[in-house]
Design a protein around this ligand. Structure first.
Ligand code: PLP
Length: 710
């Protein structure tokens, strides 16, 4: 049973020792595991990203989690890398320890520092704690310096060890490597002149458990109680598991070619710890036996088990989400936090999004469609008003005006950018125009500067405000004139969508960004029933008070709003996704470059135009095909690709040609000729960050094959 007051913080949760310890201790303690660059998911264990060499980050975590025990197992252990990257090694192996010590110095926290046999020089062998430590390499030195930091707290427990166990990441400890190679009948070599007292991680955990119960402090060798050479170690594993021992060749460590020096005789005398705990430490044979039994029971596979893999689709689709272990963990953390909706993650996500886009405010809601609707409500769109938008968009861009009683007006698009043309807007603006909704199609920005100038002139002429609402559902991560889309530099509000095919996802979700205080308040109100709960916003503020006490239950509904609220679960995912947005964008652009270089040479294909003013995120990769010349109808072309595993899509049917618009607003085919001629030829081919290089090549091969089929 977990003791609620017993909280264990483990640093280096993605490392070999950290994750094995977490598994051992998880039924005894409430555990928080910290990782830096490698997110991990361990069932039943909360893990969080924290760079422990940053003291503020460590402080925050310790204050929040308030651990009673810290096992500091995070460490850079690659001896050659430590030798060449001393600054990084110092940060991780020394500074991080210093930070932890600083945070817990005045607290009742047990600090356990995991040190190494490399603090000894490996000359005489059988080292006791009283022997001089004299590391031969920077790894050993940095761990020794880390020990000095840990020792600043009198009650610290410092354990010098050497381990083998099961990695959660795609790495192999010595023991794992031996098993994997021998199992595959591959030859290996083992050092016959390098001795150690390595211990199985779960055995080390058991000893640590006893030491914690006895509240042990001080510095101890904590390893197997005897030793063997690394060659013998491999042989023992082969013996136990019945692998062919002839696959193992003895060699000398002198022939290894390692950059950093290593001690040859790093066997440890564990008498001090055995006496203190009154406990027999296992021999190497006993450690290996447990290790091999765990192997036979399938523990390594259980440990390596990745979070539910995102289902591998049979088809390469035109777009899809990218979800990794970090995202999964972020959602799990919220589910375990007590808040699943209307908690702190919403505010955090809104601030992070606004920060990314360079806007003052963001209001997150449950879809891009809801975001467009509240943007129109905040702009005051009502019956009799007209709202101008692009015909080349998803129906939500114009439906939002209709929800408010307004009439949509469609202005034709450019045949370069496929975006609404400023001159077409100019023709259609008049005194009833309440708002413009330019859509940044496929991530390519509209000509916002010109649009803004036109709107300013028309506002003067008609003496009325015309709101510019950017539909940037495709354009998070794009920039226009060096300003991030979403900054609202050229508009009153900007709308985003977080549907799974978009740049980042929250499942379903959306947001409105603005720099305007008044619009922000309205957006908040309309997203949640039209309700306000602060005194400044009350209409009947007297009702908020009984004598001088604020009635705690009191709120007012001042508008007819909606329940468009997003949840904490979604926002936790959004926050985690936002951290990857730049990586997503980079990957999309790599794929675009590959596509462009191939398809620009094909006569029957037109690649996307890129304006100098805009740095597109390439939400969609739309090609124009000359289907007549190719000799295939588009539907046939699409179905041939689909048969070969490639899903394509058409973006978009001109909105005004849908029956609802024709019947309700009298729109007709022919209204926007450019949108219609574009529509005849367009096809979006697969583009999403999770595409592998071989997916990309497959798409190219299949498209070229289909183009040349006739
Ligand atoms: C241009 C555009 N606007 C609005 C939306 C609506 O967003 P959501 O699906 O999040 O409601 C979409 C969705 O595809 C879109 O592509």
């Amino acid at each position: 049973m977990t003791k609620p007051d017993n909280k264990l913080l483990i640093t280096g949760i993605s490392g070999l020792l950290g994750n094995n310890l977490a598994r051992y201790f998880k039924d005894k303690y409430e555990i928080l595991g910290l990782y830096n660059s490698n997110p991990v998911t361990i069932r039943g264990i909360r893990t969080e990203n924290c760079n422990i060499s940053h003291s503020d980050d460590v402080k925050k975590i310790i204050q929040e989690f308030n651990p009673s025990i810290i096992i500091h197992s995070a460490s850079l252990t690659n001896i050659d890398k430590c030798e060449s990257d001393r600054d990084i090694t110092y940060d991780i192996n020394v500074r991080a320890t210093e930070n932890l010590v600083e945070c817990v110095a005045d607290k009742d926290v047990k600090l356990i520092y995991i040190s190494t046999d490399s603090v000894y020089d490996g000359i005489k062998g059988n080292f006791s704690e009283d022997d001089d430590s004299n590391p031969l390499n920077y790894y050993g030195q940095s761990k020794l310096d880390g020990e000095s930091e840990a020792r600043k707290i009198e009650t610290s427990l410092i354990l010098r060890t050497n381990i083998f166990g099961w990695n959660i990441q795609d790495k192999e400890s010595l023991g794992e490597w031996v098993i994997n190679e021998l199992k595959a009948d591959r030859k290996i070599s083992g050092f016959k002149d390098a001795f150690f007292s390595s211990i199985y991680t779960f055995e080390l955990a058991r000893i640590m458990d006893i030491a914690i119960q006895q509240d042990l402090s001080g510095t101890y060798n904590c390893s197997s109680s005897d030793s063997c050479s690394k060659y013998e170690f491999a042989q023992k594993i082969a013996d136990y598991l019945g692998f062919d021992k002839n696959l193992i060749t003895p060699i000398s460590i002198d022939a290894s070619g390692f950059k950093a020096r290593r001690g040859k005789n790093l066997n440890l005398d564990t008498t001090k710890l055995q006496d203190k705990l009154d406990y027999r430490l296992p021999t190497i044979d006993q450690s290996i036996e447990v290790f091999c039994k765990d192997f036979q029971c399938g523990l390594p596979n259980a440990i390596k088990q990745k979070p539910e893999p995102v289902e591998t689709p049979a088809l390469i689709s035109y777009g899809r989400q990218y979800i990794d272990a970090n995202d999964v963990q972020a959602v799990i953390n919220v589910l375990n936090s007590g808040w699943i909706t209307q908690g702190p993650k919403i505010d955090e996500f809104e601030k992070a999004l606004a920060g990314y886009c360079g806007a003052k405010y963001a209001v997150a809601v449950n879809s891009g469609t809801s975001a467009l609707h509240i943007a129109c409500l905040a702009a005051g769109v009502k019956k009799g008003d007209e709202v101008i938008t692009s015909p080349n968009t998803f129906v939500a861009s114009s439906n939002c005006a209709v929800y408010c009683g307004g009439a949509p007006i469609f202005a034709d698009i450019s045949l370069n950018t496929y975006n609404i043309l400023p001159e077409e807007i100019e023709k259609k603006i008049h005194k009833n125009t309440k708002a413009l909704i330019p859509v940044h199609f496929a991530g390519q920005s509209c000509d916002m500067e010109t649009i803004k100038v036109i709107v300013a002139e028309k506002e003067k002429e008609f003496k009325s405000k015309i709101f510019i609402i950017e539909d940037a559902c495709h354009a998070l991560g794009s920039a226009y004139k060096n300003k991030p889309i979403g900054s609202c530099f050229f508009s009153d509000m900007t709308v985003m969508s977080f549907h799974p095919v978009k740049q980042i996802t929250t499942g379903e979700g959306g947001a409105v960004l603005t720099n305007d205080d008044d619009l922000y308040k309205k957006l908040k109100r309309f997203s949640s029933h039209g309700i306000v709960s602060t005194q400044e916003e009350f209409i009947y503020s007297d009702s908020a008070f009984s004598s001088s006490v604020r009635n705690p239950w009191y709120y007012e509904q001042v508008d007819l709003g909606h329940n468009y609220r997003i949840t904490d679960i979604q926002c936790a995912l959004g926050l985690s996704q936002l951290k990857k947005l730049n990586m997503f964008r980079k990957r999309r652009l790599e794929i675009v470059a590959r596509y462009n270089s191939t398809f620009s040479n094909i006569e029957t294909i037109q690649i996307p135009f890129e304006s100098n003013n805009c740095s597109s995120n390439f939400h969609l990769y739309v090609l124009l095909f000359d289907f007549d010349k190719i000799g295939l109808e588009r539907a046939e072309f699409m179905s041939q690709l689909k048969e070969n595993g490639i899903q394509t899509q058409v973006h978009y049917i001109p909105v005004y040609t849908h029956p609802f618009y024709r019947q309700t607003f009298g729109t007709n085919p022919g209204d926007c000729p450019n949108a219609e001629s574009y529509y005849q030829q367009c096809l979006s081919i697969p583009l999403y960050p999770a595409m592998t290089d071989s997916d990309v090549e497959k798409v190219i091969v299949e498209i070229l094959k289909t183009v040349k089929a006739k």
